[in-house]
Design a binder for this molecule. Structure first.
Ligand SMILES: Cc1ncc(COP(=O)(O)O)c(C=O)c1O
Length: 393
């Protein structure tokens, strides 16, 4: 039987970029210890107080179908949080609760794209982006960025790509690069989408992980609220990756249509999980800061570890739980370097190539193991790169 073109072409003939991760997991399953610096998941588990709230809600009977757009209390709390942090008036009608940020990305693109539309995204990119855009029937088109410009998209690249496109997907703080978009980058993005009448999908799931600078939500810029869909999530901010709670913020009309999509796909998020998310959000910034703190520390460790060498160049990592390292002096691609590091030293990092052409010759290191193992793995990575660079010169 024939499968649909849509489903068989989600990866467009490419790979899903997770080979190193899968190899590392297979090694671990076979009993070989591996330091895993691959997936964007905390080395701590969800806080016991959040689990207690989840348990209490389930035991109180919140185990039936929950309200599809999200409970009123959770939508109100998300709306208040967004309004408080951005100054943009936001009510529950602007909020759809989804099964994680990933379902929010899918719903947002389903809402603004018709089959064949051009959907832009910034390269390097989070690995699911092209497939998500294709799932909505669009033509996924990357806008390249450059390592030497800190992987920030330039005004000229944006202005060249936007004419005729339907949407632009951005992500700041950025996975995989750790970039936080500068005010000038945000200005250029807003100008380009306004001038060429695009929807902007702004993935802000790392908004609580800022090490330098400020998180700027483009929805707060003039004329942007009506054309912007913001993606949020509890995964990174509250170490709730497995709970699958995220949201889309957008104009009420767009949200009302996305609610229909949720009815026809997930039928909402479990009520006891939403109550746990509500509890976590009500804890406010102190809990978010506690969860972000290890990454702030490890980023500083990375800077210290790389300070006295010039084989590896670190892209300014101003936010998120990753650092992107330029390893081109080794003469290897990111793929080959990551593969050799895994083989020789049992350390798993992601090749830059997994995140698009712009990150070729780089590796992404997720700062997701305890400080000592992290620092030791970095020291090994650096001396391995130095050996390779010495051999290749
Ligand atoms: C940039 C970005 N957006 C969205 C997601 C999706 O996160 P979740 O579905 O867990 O909310 C991730 C997960 O790693 C991510 O890195």
């Amino acid at each position: 039987m024939q499968l649909s073109h849509r489903i068989t072409h989600l990866l467009d003939g490419g790979s899903d970029g997770w080979e190193i991760f899968n190899r590392a997991r297979a090694m671990i399953a076979a009993g070989t210890p591996v330091t895993e610096l691959t997936i964007g998941e905390h080395d701590i588990r969800t806080d016991p107080s959040i689990l207690a709230a989840m348990d209490a809600s389930a035991r109180a009977g919140h185990t039936g179908y929950a309200s599809v757009p999200g409970t009123d209390a959770l939508r109100d709390t998300i709306a208040a949080r967004v309004e408080d942090r951005t100054g943009v008036t936001t009510t529950r009608d602007n909020v759809l609760v989804t099964t994680g940020g990933q379902a929010a990305l899918f719903a947002a693109h389903m809402a603004v794209l018709d089959p064949g539309d051009r959907a832009l995204f910034i390269d390097p990119y989070y690995a699911t982006y092209p497939g998500t855009l294709r799932a909505a029937g669009a033509r996924a088109e990357p806008i390249p960025t450059h390592s030497r410009e800190g992987f920030q998209p330039t005004r000229s690249a944006l202005m060249a790509a936007c004419p005729g496109a339907a949407s632009l997907l951005i992500n700041t703080p950025n996975n995989p690069t750790g970039a936080v978009y500068a005010p000038g980058t945000t200005d250029a993005i807003c100008e380009a989408v306004r001038e060429h009448d695009l929807w902007l999908i702004s993935d802000e799931v790392y908004d609580t992980q800022i090490w330098n600078g400020t998180h700027l939500s483009p929805r707060a810029r003039p004329g942007m609220a009506e054309r912007t869909l913001v993606i949020g999530s509890m995964s990174k901010s509250h170490a709730m990756t497995g709970s699958r709670v995220g949201w889309v913020i957008g104009p009420a009309e767009a949200i009302s249509h996305m609610i229909n999509l949720s009815t026809d796909t997930t039928y909402g998020v479990p009520g006891f999980v939403q109550d746990a998310a509500l509890f976590a959000l009500e804890e406010g910034a102190p809990l978010e800061d506690k969860i972000a703190a290890p990454f702030r520390r490890r980023r500083a460790l990375t800077e210290a570890r790389l300070a006295s060498q010039n084989t590896i160049r670190m892209i300014p990592a101003d936010g998120a739980m990753y650092v992107m390292l330029d390893i081109r002096t080794t003469g290897l691609s990111g793929d080959a370097f990551a593969s050799a590091l895994l083989e020789n030293h049992h350390i798993a990092v992601m090749p830059g190539e997994s995140f698009g052409h712009s990150a070729a010759g780089h590796v992404r290191v997720a700062m997701t193991t305890d400080d000592d193992s992290y620092d030791q793995a970095l020291a090994t990575l650096v001396s391995f790169a130095q050996e390779l660079a010495a051999r290749s010169s």
